[in-house]
Design a protein around this ligand. Structure first.
Ligand code: PLP
Length: 498
């Protein structure tokens, strides 16, 4: 049994130690040494999940607030933003939280806080119901049956193609190819368009910020074709160096493959400008929209990208479905990738004719229920409005940055001009494993690792980082809770020397 936490003693002892150090002129470069009371408090907090002290969490919230106040006074010791930054923005989308049943659950006795949205988002009841409703009432294979259910299922499936086109402002449903996700979509483009268009000596540009899914297909293609993969550099803020990009572009550049939003740094790339510059040199552009589609209104027509790819599961839809948008004349020019049922006009043993795009690229039975679920996710997002989501998330990100900057020894990785969705950080002196454990125990789901973007992290001299990533249902109160837990684990691990 642990002693009951004495928060007041803990805060007081911290204050005294800090003040003593400051008075002696010592630089407060490290967390002050632990007192016995603080060590007990740390152990009790670690055990608070299963301990006989369920009230510990509230007690610690007060303790953390006191630490916070204390630190705010020591602005000369730590880089702490002005208190005005601490005013939480409104949470205009908080009402939508009730649409996500999983957000009602608890993890380790604490309300779930989902900050792993860049990996996958949670699903609203409308999406869950759409999938369940399809299997309960309409299940049939599509485009191959004359019976009632097949016709219903086909109509439901085809209607989603229209809705996707409207959602991303593509000219028509003919521009939309269903795939399993972003990774499959980029591989599809590399294996069809890349296969036809890239030749020995050609250059393919990717940015330093790319997810492995937007590096490896191009690396493999370039190796096969004796083409050259070049990297668009970034600056220390995590922004694209536009002049360097421009200098890299030449008549040899056949393709530019870039993220719209980086999954690890959160950088919003200046894609409109980058696409125009690429086109000026006669190069095509593939935009990886995996991390922009849940956060921004997308208009592929205005962007003028040649391809745009995204996954359903990152935009509140199901796993197993994604989309490739392609300009129509490009799609029509492409050979099939996978061949089999559902993509033919006529087959003989000596010769076969394939269906028109987009069916030509959808061999085999599609993930029909997931496509229906994607349609429901689009309806859901449209009912809120992407501009509304973008605005609310911008406020939330600004608040998260300001709050995390208050945590001593926490280092945000990069500082791009426009940061969307993802906020990577480390805390000096605290291992990522300890960090993840503390957060998990507090019910906060947040990912540590390389986030499938090793070259991007290597640029910032990191192999692995923690990443908080936000979605429409996240609130300033959840950010506050993250900050509290980070303050606590910062101190406790600092003290114990881990
Ligand atoms: N591209 C980016 C920018 C991503 O963030 C991800 C996934 O995190 C992918 C591609 C791959 O997406 P998926 O795993 O859904 O194929």
């Amino acid at each position: 049994m642990h002693e009951r936490i004495d928060e007041a003693t803990f805060v007081q002892s911290m204050a005294q130690t800090l003040m003593r150090e400051l008075a002696s002129g010592a630089a407060v470069s490290s967390i002050p040494p632990i007192t016995d009371a603080a060590r007990d408090a740390h152990h009790a907090s670690q055990n608070s999940v299963t301990t006989p002290f369920p009230e510990a969490a509230t007690g610690w919230a007060e303790t953390d607030a006191a630490i916070h106040r204390l630190l705010s006074q020591l602005t000369f010791a730590y880089p702490i933003s002005a208190p005005t930054h601490l005013h939480a923005p409104a949470a205009p989308l908080a009402g939508y939280r009730r649409d996500f049943p999983i957000l009602q659950r608890h993890v380790h006795g604490k309300p779930l806080i989902w900050f792993d949205n860049a990996a996958t988002s949670q699903k609203p009841q409308a999406v869950i119901d759409a999938i369940s409703n399809f299997y309960t009432h309409h299940n049939a294979n599509i485009h191959r049956g004359n019976h009632h259910l097949s016709q219903q299922a086909s109509a439901m499936f085809d209607a989603v193609r229209d809705r996707v086109a409207t959602f991303i402002q593509a000219p028509s449903a003919a521009n939309i190819v269903f795939v399993r996700g972003t990774t499959e979509g980029i591989n599809f483009i590399a294996n069809t368009f890349g296969e036809c268009q890239i030749h020995a000596g050609d250059e393919v540009l990717v940015s330093q910020l790319e997810h492995h899914s937007n590096i490896l297909p191009w690396q493999k293609l370039c190796q096969q074709k004796n083409a050259i993969l070049r990297v668009i550099p970034i600056d220390q803020q995590g922004d694209i160096l536009l002049e360097d990009y421009q200098a890299l572009l030449s008549k040899k550049t056949k393709l530019v493959a870039i993220s719209h939003v980086s999954n690890v740094i959160g950088t919003l790339l200046p894609v409109q400008e980058m696409i125009a510059l690429a086109h000026h040199q006669g190069a095509y552009v593939v935009l990886d929209g995996a991390q922009s589609i849940p956060h921004l209104p997308i208009n592929v027509t205005a962007l003028d990208c040649d391809f745009f790819v995204f996954s359903g599961h990152k935009m509140y839809g199901p796993t197993g479905v994604g989309v490739v948008y392609g300009k129509q004349h490009l799609l029509e020019s492409l050979p099939p990738w996978q061949v089999g049922g559902g993509m033919i006009q006529h087959v003989t043993f000596t010769e076969s004719r394939y269906a028109q795009s987009p069916q030509r690229f959808e061999a085999g039975t599609a993930s029909i229920a997931d496509v229906i679920g994607l349609g429901a996710a689009i309806d859901y997002l449209q009912s809120i409005g992407m501009a509304t989501i973008q605005h609310a998330e911008q406020q939330l990100m600004a608040y998260a940055v300001a709050q995390l900057e208050q945590v001593p020894k926490l280092r945000l990785i990069a500082a791009p001009r426009h940061r969307i969705g993802a906020l990577p950080f480390i805390i000096e002196g605290v291992t990522l494993e300890d960090l993840a454990r503390h957060l998990d125990q507090a019910g906060i789901a947040l990912r540590i690792g390389h986030h499938c973007a090793q070259p991007a992290l290597a640029f910032f001299n990191q192999q692995r980082v923690a990443r908080a990533s936000f979605g429409l249902y996240n609130t300033p109160a959840e950010i506050d809770q993250l900050t509290r837990v980070l303050l606590r684990c910062n101190y406790s691990d600092g003290y114990s020397g881990k």
